[in-house]
Unconditional design. Structure first.
Ligand code: IMP
Ligand code: MG
Length: 204
């Protein structure tokens, strides 16, 4: 017999052992996503939205955000790839998997997980903006607080967080941890096993 849980029962709050600290709890995420949904609903009243999640990370956020928006809405995805390795963006970002929906005349809202250097949004904004959308804005779950200003700003920001490597709620390290229901700081020992390696950032 498969193990079952009574409807409405709470799972015990357990933090993954690879997570040093929970930065944004499941509850805080739910509350802020609902707020963003209300704000977007009000700002786009009377219009139809084309909500575009940036794969793979934004899949989790966009699924929740879409359900918090009370407007006629289409959902699509795009994926971007960064060429070159290192801890910082290489400066060469390209669309890897394009939208299925046409963009011309649509109110497009790009959805991403983290605004760090701003390079991803900068490139997607230019690429998709060239296709003649009626409007083009962006929403990010997290904005990293870093010394240098980002190349691109987001129109809606969920949370501003310190410049630390985070996972969960769609965000990965080497494709893992995306399913954690909170945003947490990954223990450096996970990506610095020898003390000398640094995180190689890949988009999405
Ligand atoms: P940007 O192009 O420098 O703004 O980087 C944004 C992308 O880098 C995001 O879409 C994420 O996929 C990735 N990223 C940046 N910081 C983190 C992090 O702390 N954890 C996981 N992915 C990150
Ligand atoms: Mg990633």
């Amino acid at each position: 017999m498969p193990r079952q849980q009574a409807a409405g029962a709470r799972r015990p709050a357990r933090v993954h052992p690879d997570v040093e600290e929970v930065l944004v709890s499941r509850r805080a995420l739910a509350r802020r996503v609902a707020e963003l949904g209300r704000q977007i609903t009000a700002d786009y009243a009377g219009r139809e939205l084309l909500l575009v999640g940036i794969l793979r990370g934004a899949a989790v956020f966009v699924a929740d955000l879409a359900r918090a928006i009370d407007l006629p809405l289409r959902l699509d995805f795009v994926s971007a790839a960064s060429y070159g390795a290192g801890t910082e963006s290489s400066g060469d970002v390209r669309v890897e998997q394009d939208l299925r929906e046409p963009v011309a005349g649509r109110h497009l809202l790009l959805v991403d997980t983290v605004l760090d250097t701003g390079l991803t949004l900068h490139v997607l904004d230019a690429t998709l903006g060239a296709r003649g959308p009626a409007s083009l804005r962006s929403v990010v779950l997290l904005r990293k607080h870093r010394g240098t200003p980002p190349l691109h700003t987001a129109d809606y920001v969920g949370f501003t967080v310190p410049d630390r490597f985070v996972v969960g709620y769609g965000l990965d390290y080497a494709q893992r941890y995306r399913n954690l229901p909170y945003v947490g700081v990954l223990r450096p020992s996970i990506y610095q096993p020898m003390g000398g390696l640094t995180v190689t950032k890949s988009i999405g």
